[in-house]
Write a protein that binds this ligand. Structure first.
Ligand code: ATP
Ligand code: MG
Length: 137
C-alpha cells in the first residue's frame, strides 16, 4: 500500500465542499488514515511550497493558502500518489479532464480546491510536515 498527502484548500472549505471531496476520495478507493483542520501561518505555507519560491504566482499562492482553514489528510491505497493526482485533474481547471475534482470544483488556476503529492519523496516530506508519527494510523 502507498500513502499520499492531500489538502482540501481554503476555497473548497469555504464553499462547504469538505464532505463532497471526502466522498469522492473514498469512492475512488482511497482510505483516509489521518485528517485534521488547520489555518496555516505564512511561515507554514511558505515552507510547504518552498519549491515555488521566486515564481510569479508564489505570493498569490501563499496569500490564498493562508486565507482560511484547510483540511489536511493522508490517503492510503494502491497506486495512491498517481491515482489521487488523476482524481484531482490538471492544476488549471480549464485543462482538467471531465469528472476530476478540479474540473468540478476549482474556481481558477490558483483557487484550485485540492492538493496532492507529486512523488514518493514529496509524499514523505509533506506527510511529516503536517503529521507526527503518533497521529498516523
Ligand atoms: P498542488 O501542488 O497544489 O497539488 P500542482 O502540483 O498541480 O498543485 P504546482 O505546480 O505544484 O501544481 O503548483 C502549486 C499550486 O500553485 C497550484 O495548485 C496552484 O494553486 C498554484 N499555481 C501553480 N501554477 C500557477 C499558475 N501558473 N498561476 C496561478 N497559480 C498557480
Ligand atoms: Mg505540486
Amino acid at each position: 500500500l502507498e500513502r499520499t498527502f492531500s489538502i482540501v484548500k481554503p476555497d473548497a472549505v469555504q464553499r462547504n465542499l469538505i464532505g463532497a471531496i471526502y466522498q469522492r476520495i473514498e469512492n475512488a478507493g482511497f482510505r483516509i488514515v489521518a485528517a485534521k483542520m488547520l489555518h496555516l501561518t505564512r511561515e507554514q505555507a511558505e515552507g510547504f511550497y518552498a519549491e515555488h519560491q521566486g515564481k510569479p504566482f508564489f505570493e498569490k499562492l501563499v496569500n490564498f493558502m493562508t486565507s482560511g482553514p484547510i483540511m489536511v489528510q493522508v490517503l492510503e491505497g494502491e497506486n495512491t500518489i498517481a491515482g489521487y493526482r488523476e482524481l484531482m485533474g490538471k492544476t488549471n481547471p480549464e485543462e482538467a479532464a471531465r469528472g476530476t475534482l478540479r474540473a468540478d470544483y476549482a474556481v481558477n488556476h490558483t483557487f484550485n480546491s485540492v492538493h496532492g503529492s507529486d512523488s514518493p519523496e514529496s509524499a514523505q516530506r509533506e506527510i511529516s510536515y503536517f503529521f507526527a508519527a503518533d497521529e498516523l494510523c
